[in-house]
Write a protein that binds this ligand. Structure first.
Ligand code: C2E
Ligand code: MG
Ligand code: MG
Length: 456
């Protein structure tokens, strides 16, 4: 009896152990399935989870709406992951509270919701508008007040949610390119997307195939009109499409991350040219906010200076003001690192972004470039002049050099000089020209004086 008892106890113990292991395995499997179907940061369904869950509606017509949080990358770059993740969670919660049938987080800055439709009439503008209105606005995240804007792309049909998702993605891309808030899928979008893909592939080959050119636009001292600097601007000579404006291919390069390689190349080219001319004026190079986010810009600048032998004191890095969501965090660090290298930092297109006075106070920058839209509005009405005069005065009071871009006539040049603006740039003084032309221009006019360069 004793031995039989021991055997029974052993069997029970083994069975118990097996059941614990079984339960553990089931729980682990459930967790894995949950993880595969959900996003951990937001708690929303993953892309695969959304497609799988929508499959239960079978052949019913369905709608997929994509909502993209605008400028999330910039926000992450300036305020960090903790804040951007907090914002994504808050957006997901608001979206789930609207009770659409399925809510997914399908890309870095994009949410999706899917639901069955009674009929496939394809009109979803109102639903998008309503969702966007409820989700956009102010969010308070870890002490930061963040203004969220959304764009929407949508698609409807009796096809699978995977197809609707990619069609809505195409529509969303279209919305971005057209700066429209709500866009429904149409087959023409697909064609446009294919064109963009082709352009992206072409752009990747453009540097090697020598289709890219850096051109230079003179910057003059407004007092005596001597050329004291040049801004490097990119041009793409496409073999079939002809000259493509940077305004259309820079955003594409930013979207795909190619701007990092492009930006490095431009910096090296601009520094190389400036160092090889018999001239000691300044060279200005544009740096995209995406470059700031994705690469170590001060290291890239240091390398370009070392390769070319250009003195850091002759280089300006132009950063668009609209890219500064906040003057805190990594942007301040990057500005400070650039200053330590000995280069100057210019805030480009000033007046078009948030123009927050707090970052004017906090950021270590040297030059304020007044956006050309203000300069070109001068003379049209009294307000145009007052705005430019105020920016010049603000810049001067802060001890910064002020640069006016987009000067197209003598009247604007004179008015800006009278306001005390230091440097001028625009078609009136010279359009962007090839390196060889710029070289002969600056070598002819001789070396600029330090006074004009520093705007004292
Ligand atoms: P931006 O940096 O503000 O450059 C000034 C733009 O204004 C240039 O256009 C220039 O040709 C144009 N411009 C200058 N003076 C006048 C004028 O008097 N009237 C008018 N109507 N326009 C004038 P562009 O070369 O087409 O460049 C457009 C934008 O593309 C640039 O604006 C800059 O944001 C971006 N970009 C150009 N090259 C580069 C580059 O190498 N890297 C990066 N990241 N961005 C670049
Ligand atoms: Mg610029
Ligand atoms: Mg500008």
């Amino acid at each position: 009896i004793f031995h039989a008892g021991i055997v029974v106890l052993l069997v029970l113990a083994v069975a118990d152990e097996a059941s614990v292991q079984y339960r553990g395995r089931v729980a682990a499997l459930r967790r894995l399935t949950y993880l595969a179907r959900h996003d951990q940061t937001t708690g929303a369904l993953s892309r695969a989870g959304l497609i799988e869950a929508a499959a239960q509606w079978g052949g019913l017509p369905k709608a997929v709406i994509l909502l993209r949080v605008e400028r999330l990358n910039l926000l992450r770059a300036s305020l960090g992951h903790e804040v951007s993740d907090g914002l994504l969670r808050a957006v997901a919660q608001r979206l789930m509270a609207q009770a659409p049938r399925l809510v997914g987080y399908v890309a870095d800055d994009t949410f999706a919701c899917a639901y069955p439709l009674r009929d496939d009439n394809g009109v979803l503008d109102d639903a998008c508008r309503e969702l966007a209105a409820k989700l956009s606005g102010i969010y308070d995240i870890i002490g930061h007040r963040i203004h969220v804007e959304l764009s929407c792309g949508f698609s409807t049909g009796v096809v699978g949610a995977d197809v609707l998702l990619s069609q809505a993605e195409t529509a969303l891309l279209h919305a971005g390119a057209e700066r429209a808030a709500f866009v429904g899928y149409s087959p023409a979008d697909q064609q446009r997307l294919e064109e963009r893909r082709r352009l992206d592939l072409d752009l990747r080959r453009a540097i090697e195939d020598r289709q890219l050119e850096v051109v230079f636009q003179p910057q003059v001292d407004l007092q005596d009109r001597a050329i004291v600097g040049a801004e490097a601007l990119l041009r793409w000579h496409h073999p079939e499409l002809g000259l493509i404006s940077p305004a259309s291919f820079i955003p594409l390069a930013e979207e795909t991350g190619l701007i990092v390689d492009l930006g490095r190349w431009i910096l090296e080219e601009a520094c190389r040219h400036a160092a090889s001319w018999n001239w000691d004026g300044r060279m200005s190079v544009n740096v995209s906010p995406v470059q700031l986010h994705l690469s170590d810009v001060p290291a890239v600048v240091a390398a370009a200076l070392a390769i070319s032998g250009l003195s850091p004191s002759r280089l300006d890095i132009e950063i668009t003001e609209s890219s500064l969501v906040s003057g805190t965090g990594s942007v301040t660090g990057t500005f400070a690192a650039l200053k330590r290298l000995g280069v100057d930092v210019a805030l480009d297109d000033f007046g078009t972004g948030y123009s927050s006075l707090s970052y004017l106070k906090d950021l270590p920058f040297d030059k304020l470039k007044i956006d050309q839209s203000f300069v070109r509005a001068m003379g049209d009405d009294a307000a145009g002049d007052v705005i430019v005069a105020s920016i010049v005065s603000l810049g001067r009071s802060l001890g910064k050099t002020t640069v006016a871009e987009g000067i197209e006539d003598e009247a604007a040049a004179l008015a800006l000089t009278a306001m005390g603006c230091t440097i001028g740039q625009g078609y009136y003084f010279g359009r962007p020209v090839a390196a060889s032309t710029m070289r002969s221009l600056v070598e002819k006019t001789g070396a600029p004086r330090e006074r004009a360069v520093n705007g004292a």
